[in-house]
Design a protein around this ligand. Structure first.
Ligand code: ADP
Ligand code: TRP
Length: 320
């Protein structure tokens, strides 16, 4: 089974990315042949500063390796080291109806928010389909917001296979329902575009202040019982917690005399306990960038072998 996912280097990674995509993808490394890449071509739809793109690309590489990506098990690479995806994207675009792309939420949301759309933003899902199909992926772990893009990928693969003969496997999304949408400090979906994130590797003082001061709660008095299901702090805590820890916090909420400040403190503790070892690993890796570069190069070589094989078949099928 081939498992593939990608993430854009367009800002600092946060808990939404971690629980929605990174952790599920890292867990799946045990179950099959995993491919994970840094979608730097996709990031160019929003990042036009070369130094920033380079820096964010390296950050994502460090973040994944620090959080447990095992380069012996997972083929880890930069999207731009496999330029064959662009040729395949062209072959796919000839069977992609305009209407299919016009219906994509991510494109519609961005244009609705007044972001001037360029062609790359419109064509984004075709490149994403190419990323997935070129490696004959079976399973694509992503957060729920990417589900439509996987459906588009399947539509495009089907059309291509019908018109030109069977070249592509149809991939399945893998979305963990209990972590499908991680709330940000304001209760909306956590997203770097909403400025409501808890970053994975911010300065510890900043993380403390984000958790203690910025998570919004209601004004139920300390003494009163509280509903954990209605609370952003609990929604985040449960992602880290063991079933016992979770049950304890739930009981505390319902019993009363347990304030949001207490819950925030427990969230901060469990955050630190989880990320402190990753933070140390990340610092080590940052001191050994040659190693990080060698992982990405080796990954690209292996990804390219697989990509070239699919691209050759697609070229022949279409008459090139
Ligand atoms: P952002 O919204 O911060 O720009 P991206 O769109 O780059 O994040 O998302 C990268 C990956 O992380 C995707 O697979 C996406 O589904 C997942 N993800 C991002 N935010 C969340 C969230 N709040 N809850 C669950 N998954 C998320
Ligand atoms: N669009 C994805 C995101 O914003 C990133 C991505 C690009 C991706 N290509 C992919 C994810 C292929 C999975 C598979 O998060």
């Amino acid at each position: 089974m081939r498992i593939l996912s990608g993430i854009q280097p367009s800002g600092k990674l946060h808990l939404g990315n971690y629980f929605g995509m990174m952790r599920p993808a890292l867990e799946l490394q045990q179950q099959g042949e995993a491919f994970l890449f840094i979608a730097n071509y996709h990031a160019q739809t929003s990042v036009h500063d070369a130094a920033q793109l380079r820096e964010s690309t390296l950050d994502v590489a460090l973040d994944f390796l620090a959080c447990g990506l095992d380069p012996e098990r997972t083929v880890f690479f930069r999207q731009s080291d496999v330029p064959e995806v662009h040729e395949l994207a062209w072959l796919l675009s000839v069977v992609t109806p305009m209407g299919l792309l016009e219906r994509c939420h991510s494109f519609k949301d961005k244009t609705a928010r007044g972001i001037a759309a360029n062609h790359a933003l419109f064509a984004y899902p075709v490149l994403m389909a190419s990323d997935i199909l070129i490696y004959q992926s079976d399973v694509v772990p992503v957060g729920r917001d990417q589900k439509q893009h996987i459906e588009v990928t399947r539509d495009i693969a089907n059309k291509f296979n019908n018109e030109f003969g069977e070249v592509f496997k149809l991939p399945e999304p893998s979305i963990q329902d209990h972590v499908a949408v991680i709330p940000g400090v304001d209760g909306q979906k956590m997203s770097k575009s909403y400025g409501n994130t808890i970053e994975l590797f911010a300065d510890p003082k900043e993380t403390k202040s984000t958790i203690m001061k910025r998570i919004i709660t209601d004004s139920t008095p300390l003494e009163d019982p509280k509903d954990p299901e209605e609370c952003n702090i609990f929604a985040l805590y449960r992602l880290f917690a063991t079933p016992e820890q979770r049950a304890t916090m739930e009981a505390n909420y319902r019993a009363g005399n347990y304030g949001y400040g207490h819950a925030k403190k427990e969230l901060l503790e469990i955050f630190n306990a989880t990320f402190e070892p990753f933070r140390q690993k990340r610092a080590e890796l940052a001191g050994n960038l040659d190693y990080v570069e060698s992982v990405l190069r080796k990954g690209a070589e292996s990804a390219r072998t697989s990509a070239t094989a699919t691209l050759d078949r697609a070229r022949r099928a279409t008459g090139l």
